[in-house]
Design a protein around this ligand. Structure first.
Ligand SMILES: [Ca+2]
Ligand SMILES: [Ca+2]
Ligand SMILES: [Ca+2]
Ligand SMILES: [Ca+2]
Length: 250
């Protein structure tokens, strides 16, 4: 059969049906996946105010077990200026659907105590199991001030001698996909801990031990199929079924 005959044999209705299907398919293909944003805040953003209600972090039972068995120092609340204390919090997000594609941690911290006792303080981001053990895989940690090969979290340009000192008050913002390297500790050199966050659905934060914490905030961005994509795919299937039924009747 010649091409012209084939084209003539196709009814206008069939042309219309093909056109609508093509449009629906294009729409569903170009519609981007939806980005949902979740903001998890623990503690109040009150500038270390102690006159309001106590702000308690919520470390997992495994994290508390590790504190008691391995660290042996007291747990401190938000806005707690007790020296030699350990701040722990576990962010849990089992209810978040879709894959986490980006994660940012913001926290406000202030040095308390004196001199080198403050400068040796550090933050750790890791994953602690129910037995109180740090899980293998990605983890990250860094001192606040310069220590040996570690330039310190407050000194990203690696040029100035900066110390983390008493009453030094900084809002830190960390991209958990691009954490600054810690050259002094090969175990904490992971730059991207998002795969572990996706696998486990939680994150442990530890800040110690002469540094107080005002609040911690984790912002997660996920990618899930957009409902309109699903809707248009369904529409294509239904439209195709109706078109074929109509053709059967002709
Ligand atoms: Ca407070
Ligand atoms: Ca101390
Ligand atoms: Ca210290
Ligand atoms: Ca606070």
């Amino acid at each position: 059969m010649k091409l012209s005959k084939i084209l003539l044999s196709i009814t206008p209705y069939r042309y219309l049906s093909l056109l609508v299907s093509a449009l629906l398919i294009s729409f569903s293909t170009i519609t981007p996946v939806q980005a949902a944003i979740f903001t998890l805040l623990k503690g109040e953003r009150d500038g270390f105010d102690t006159s309001n209600q106590p702000e308690e972090p919520m470390p997992s039972s495994g994290s508390l077990l590790r504190l008691n068995n391995t660290i042996g120092k007291p747990l401190v609340d938000f806005d707690d200026n007790t020296t030699d204390g350990v701040f722990l919090h576990t962010f849990n997000f089992p209810e978040i659907a879709g894959e986490i594609v980006s994660a940012h941690l913001e926290f406000r911290a202030r040095g308390i105590g004196q001199g080198s006792l403050v400068n040796n303080d550090s933050i750790n981001l890791f994953f602690i199991n129910s037995q109180g053990e740090i899980m293998s895989g990605d983890r990250w940690g860094r001192a606040f001030g310069r220590r040996n090969d570690d330039p310190g979290l407050i000194n990203d340009d690696n040029l100035m001698q900066e110390v983390w000192d008493n009453q030094q008050d900084v809002v830190f913002s960390l991209n958990l996909a691009e954490l600054p390297l810690n050259p002094s500790n090969p175990n904490s050199s992971a730059e991207n801990i998002i795969p572990m966050i996706n696998n486990l659905g939680f994150l442990d934060i530890q800040i110690q031990d002469d540094t107080e914490v005002d609040y911690v905030q984790l912002t997660l961005k996920t990618s899930v199929p957009e409902s309109s994509s699903i809707f248009s795919l369904l529409a294509i299937v239904i439209f195709g079924l109706i078109s074929n039924l109509k053709f059967e009747k002709r």
